[in-house]
Design a protein around this ligand. Structure first.
Ligand code: ADP
Ligand code: MN
Ligand code: MN
Ligand code: MN
Ligand code: MN
Length: 349
């Protein structure tokens, strides 16, 4: 018997949270897959997913990776949530992404890379903030080193190691602009043995968030995904999302990118509606953002909604960066909206 940590998304609004519980299972497979783990269930009345009178929700394994926290032959088993009749639960946003992919987006082989920013908090203040007042202004902290500039590196480093040991598509990390703020990336890594497809990368980001919350828990910290944890002249936290398809990566793909951004422009409000709670506090037009009410495309412009990286511009093909999603956005919903719009799939039903 081995430890399996079943992980799923609850029904908390406006932002879903991760939940997990442990089960011992018999598993002889060398590299176990979702079907090697039994379906399970949980009390949906305790997770805002059901009424007490009819409380069972079903868990179906969809992504299995090594559990780096327990180590050894332990696994994380990420699950989708279903109703008793087998239909996807309304909180199951992964099912929506599957639908968009199966409606034709998969044929365009979309790849994704998420940049997850977060803020390490202790007693309601970011690490590096004094108990009263404020630290020195932003400037030295981004990619900074030294005990006066980098706060919480142990947590960020342990997180990197755990994500790597789990076999996630972990790309890198950096200290961010505000003290106590960090970023890691999950998804495309330029290695043809990787699978940076949308379901896989989004699953891995949720598991990476799970690792982060567990590591912070052990350190007595909160890893906040709030969009604007500190009001005023302090950077918010985002989840920049980098996206490409067969067409954008092919020679001359920059034209496909430009056409895609025109379609994205027409869907701005719809996309913003699922890009995270409290986004207006972050998308102000200051602190490397574009105002929530504008849609701007820019080359190498960190004040744009969509940035076309310099290298992509020069190469004439590649990917674009959607800078609008907030740190607390759901990668399934962001990926689904991007795939539907870029690949011209009707997702309005
Ligand atoms: P930034 O300069 O915005 O901070 P990062 O170095 O943090 O950029 O992240 C770059 C991101 O771009 C990574 O998440 C990576 O996965 C993603 N990326 C690079 N190329 C592609 C591609 N062809 N398709 C999708 N994502 C890509
Ligand atoms: Mn019980
Ligand atoms: Mn980045
Ligand atoms: Mn960043
Ligand atoms: Mn970025």
């Amino acid at each position: 018997m081995i430890f399996a940590e079943y992980i799923w998304l609850d029904g908390t609004q406006p932002t879903q949270s991760l939940r997990s519980k442990t089960r011992m299972v018999r598993c002889d497979a060398e590299n176990p897959e979702p079907h090697d783990f039994p379906d399970w269930s949980f009390d949906g009345s305790s997770t805002s997913q059901a009424d007490g009178s009819d409380s069972d929700c079903a868990l179906a394994p969809v992504c299995v990776v090594k559990d780096p926290i327990r180590g050894g032959d332990s696994y994380f088993v990420l699950c989708e949530v279903f109703n008793a009749d087998g239909s996807p639960h309304t909180t199951n946003m992964r099912a929506g992404l599957r639908a968009v992919l199966n409606a034709g987006a998969l044929e365009q082989d979309p790849w994704i890379g998420f940049e997850q920013e977060y803020t390490l908090m202790k007693a309601g203040r970011p690490l590096g903030f004094p108990t009263e007042g404020y630290p020195g202004p932003q400037g030295p902290y981004y990619c900074g080193i030294g005990a006066d500039r980098a706060f919480g590196r142990d947590t960020a480093e342990t997180h990197a190691r755990y994500c790597h040991e789990a076999g996630l598509l972990y790309y890198g990390l950096n200290a961010e602009v505000m003290p106590g703020q960090w970023e890691f990336q999950i998804g495309y890594r330029g290695d043809d043995r990787d699978d940076p497809s949308l379901l896989n990368a989004a699953d891995h980001l949720w598991i990476a968030r799970y690792n982060l919350h567990r590591i912070a828990e052990k350190a007595g910290l909160i890893a906040s995904l709030e969009n604007k944890p500190i009001k005023g002249d302090w950077n918010g936290a985002g989840m920049h999302t980098n996206f490409s398809t067969l067409q954008t990566r092919a020679e001359g793909g920059i034209n496909a990118i430009r056409e895609a951004t025109e379609r994205l422009s027409g869907r701005h409000d719809d996309h913003i509606s699922v890009y995270g709670h409290g986004l207006a506090d972050r998308l102000t037009g200051l602190h490397e953002t574009c105002s929530i009410s504008d849609f701007k495309v820019g080359s190498a412009d960190r004040g744009a909604s969509i940035r076309i990286p310099l290298g992509v511009e020069l190469h004439g093909a590649g990917y674009f960066e959607d800078r609008r999603p907030g740190a607390n956005a759901d990668p399934y919903q962001v990926a689904a909206r991007l795939a539907a719009t870029v690949c011209e799939i009707d997702d309005t039903q």
